[in-house]
Design a protein around this ligand. Structure first.
Ligand SMILES: [Zn+2]
Length: 426
């Protein structure tokens, strides 16, 4: 019996990838420059961090030692998870010469089916590679008393998150493989368009479709607080109809709040742990901060910048994986190219993290400044940032590499310093 593709030696797939144009890198550089210029124009005024006071005197030595212990573990696991996830994508690409033929055969030569199978397979490879570290992080959080979710619920959440990623990757893989085969010279444009659409649709759908899979929300039961929130919203000139409370206490002892979606799907969600463990004055500051994100259109800006960032990444993926000199790729060689492009996208995501965090911190500083002005209670703001450190076992002044690679918010001491300056003190 002759097994199709089984006799295809990897060099054939490699030969098919030759012919790498240089212009995509030049175009990607121009696109990155434009992206940086727009981000700097909009958020440049809050990109630099403010002065950071010493944590001594605010937190005890015993607190700092315990928080450092906890965070040394979480930082190590975050690095391990990033490295393993990226390594999985690279390994899938490196072995593509072996599995591409059989996958093409199983999909009966249909590009959309083969692309979807690749998306699901790549997601599973990434999840399997990082699962031990995620399980360790769960155990670590339970050990320190931050995570309250039982193992069954945690496993179910991992399963649901994997299913969501698999569906998104299946769509992305399908579109990518069809584009690579049908448009050998311009598939980067299809990839950029589809990727940007996915980012925008994802941002709109997140609060309506994805978040309800992982949490329950209900309207704010506290009428006095609701009236307070309406007052803050009026002063910020935003609509506060959609302020909800979730059931975070079923999973965590940490407190948080966030704003997601835009247009009709926009909402502010407060963790029930915030209402349970934090004084009312501090909750007001949190609400003022979240509504400032709404007022400054941060979700819209974040979505737009991310959608545009897909273009240079698609161009780099095109530049690295090249194109066929003559004719079209088959489903098999196309799969090799898509797997390599996916690995390039994964590496780009890691490399871009510091830039993305720089913009995120700028948005957070802007929201903090507005919250200080509107809530007009710097003492409560300082209390809030201090309590967030103790309740989440945060390190008040993390090292530079942590701030650059994982710091979506200014460091706690920077925020405390900002609140103190607003109060007129040191
Ligand atoms: Zn924020």
């Amino acid at each position: 019996m002759r097994i199709p593709y089984a006799d295809m030696p990897p060099p054939a797939a490699v030969r098919a990838l030759r012919g790498r144009p240089r212009w995509p890198f030049a175009a990607a550089t121009v696109a990155l420059g434009a992206l940086g210029a727009v981000a700097a124009w909009r958020f440049g005024h809050t990109m630099a961090g403010g002065p950071t006071p010493s944590p001594d005197g605010t937190f005890t030595a015993a607190q700092m030692a315990r928080h450092q212990d906890y965070r040394d573990g979480t930082w190590t696991m975050a690095v391990a998870s990033t490295v393993l996830g990226t390594a999985a994508a690279v390994a899938v690409a490196a072995t593509a010469g072996r599995w591409a033929g059989p996958v093409a055969h199983l999909a009966r030569g249909r590009a959309w089916r083969a692309g979807a199978a690749f998306g699901v397979g790549a997601t599973l490879a990434g999840v399997l590679a990082t699962l031990p570290v995620r399980a360790a992080a769960y155990g670590w959080g339970r050990h320190f008393g931050l995570i309250t979710q039982p193992p069954g619920g945690w496993a179910l959440d991992v399963g649901k998150a994997t299913a969501v990623s698999a569906v998104v990757s299946a769509v992305a893989g399908s579109v990518a493989l069809v584009a690579v085969i049908r448009s050998p010279r311009r598939w980067w444009a299809w990839l950029a368009g589809a990727g940007a659409t996915l980012v925008v649709v994802g941002s709109l759908a997140l609060p309506v479709i994805i978040e309800p899979l992982f949490q329950r929300t209900h309207p704010l039961p506290d009428r006095a607080l609701a009236a307070d929130i309406r007052d803050i919203a009026r002063r910020e000139g935003v609509d506060a109809r959609q302020v909800l409370v979730n059931d975070a206490s079923a999973r965590t002892n940490t407190a948080n709040a966030y704003v997601s979606g835009f247009g009709a799907s926009r909402r502010v969600v407060l963790f029930d742990t915030l209402l349970r463990d934090f004084p009312r004055r501090e909750v007001r500051v949190v609400v003022a901060h979240e509504l400032a994100h709404v007022k400054e259109r941060h979700v819209l800006w974040g979505t737009a910048l991310s959608a545009f960032a897909v273009l240079p990444i698609a161009l780099i993926a095109f530049g690295v994986t090249g194109r066929r000199r003559e004719g079209r790729d088959g489903v098999d060689t196309g799969l090799v190219r898509v797997a390599r492009a996916a690995a390039v996208v994964a590496v780009c995501g890691v490399v871009a993290a510091p830039a993305s965090n720089l913009v995120s911190r700028a948005m957070e500083r802007e929201a903090d400044a507005t919250a200080l002005r509107v809530a007009a209670d710097p003492e409560a703001a300082e209390g809030l940032y201090t309590r967030l450190v103790t309740t989440s076992l945060a390190v008040p002044d993390p090292p530079a590499w942590v701030r650059w690679w994982f710091g979506t918010h200014p460091s706690p001491m920077e925020r405390i310093g900002q609140a103190r300056r607003a109060a007129g003190g040191g």
